[in-house]
Design a protein around this ligand. Structure first.
Ligand SMILES: [Zn+2]
Length: 323
């Protein structure tokens, strides 16, 4: 009963989800359904054997599977269906606003044209606004394991679509393998995006050091940091994050599943919240990490014994951190 109460309390808080990779919402059954629809051969016999592969040891072990799963996305309808399924789940969790990341390069490198990707995502997001009352925008994310020249090429490909999707495409981001791919690698393309008027976010301080968080702020002019949990290693950085109220989009179940923490009881989310940082809770790649946003709130509420005030604060932070 008490858990049920907690769940409905959190569900009732108006929340924004700000760190969500739409390709990471592909549930195993949808991967199989789309594979069948598109005649894509999967290296897994059935849903169960795919799910058994969800035992990750670090970020890279997850990314390998994630890119394999995304290969079933071929048509505008596929991108629409994936996004629509996410929006329905988000609405059920009490999400009123979402800023979703997508990886154009994951699709263009397979021969899916950028127009198809935008069209499918946008039609679902516009339907979500009308039918579910969820407002949304898109974060066009560069894959950091690829080169900056490739990021520039992808941006150039997409820019002609900007006007058509001006209501949705507000920002750019940086994701994929963090270690060995520091923010400085993408300094020029982020400067260009700033010039073009895009808002900017970047993954930093998940597996990479606190200096990557600082560099994302200084060199990429990032306005939000995705993850950022390792910021704690640098007290001066922590002070800066607090003073400037730089939002951190923390993803507790992701951190657990990818072994950033070994136990949620050791997660620093509560400490950072108590220090006055603008911490938010998000689901990252929910189909792979065992839970959507409400599950993430529930997990930290229980593991860290968060008060109702703290839960309200987390939801409030997410609304304040919207673009
Ligand atoms: Zn992420």
């Amino acid at each position: 009963m008490e858990l049920q109460e907690l769940r409905s309390f959190i569900r009732g808080l108006p929340k924004a989800e700000l760190h969500l990779h739409i390709e990471g919402t592909l549930e195993a059954d949808m991967i199989f359904a789309l594979a069948e629809r598109n005649k894509v051969r999967l290296p897994y016999a059935d849903i169960e054997s795919l799910k058994r592969a969800y035992q990750f040891t670090n970020l890279q072990s997850f990314l390998d599977l994630y890119y394999a799963g995304a290969a079933v996305l071929q048509t505008e309808q596929d991108f629409h269906d994936m996004t629509w399924a996410y929006l329905q789940r988000a609405a059920a969790d009490g999400v009123v606003h979402t800023e979703i990341m997508f990886d154009p390069q994951t699709h263009t490198s397979r021969g899916v044209v950028i127009e198809t990707v935008f069209a499918g995502l946008a039609s679902a997001l516009r339907q979500g606004q009308q039918e579910l009352g969820i407002s949304s925008s898109l974060i066009f994310s560069f894959l950091r394991h690829l080169s900056e020249a490739e990021a520039f090429a992808t941006l150039e490909q997409a820019l002609p679509l900007r006007e058509q999707y001006a209501d949705l495409w507000l920002s750019v981001g940086l994701d994929s393998s963090e270690k060995g791919n520091p923010p400085e690698k993408f300094q020029k393309v982020f400067a260009r995006c700033k010039e073009l008027g895009f808002r900017r976010v970047a993954h930093a301080g998940e597996e990479g050091p606190a200096s990557y968080v600082r560099d994302a702020l200084d060199l990429l002019q990032a306005e939000r940091i995705d993850h950022g949990v390792r910021s704690e290693e640098d007290p001066a950085l922590m002070q800066h994050l607090r003073q400037e109220q730089v939002p951190l989009t923390v993803c507790p179940l992701s951190n657990l599943k990818l072994c950033v923490v070994t136990d949620l009881k050791q997660h620093n989310l509560k400490r950072m919240l108590e220090q006055g940082l603008c911490v938010t809770v998000n689901s990252d790649d929910p189909a792979y990490f065992g839970g959507y946003i409400l599950d993430n709130y529930m997990a930290v509420a229980q593991a860290l014994d968060l008060s109702r005030e703290q839960l309200v604060q987390l939801a409030q932070n997410s609304m304040n951190a919207r673009f």
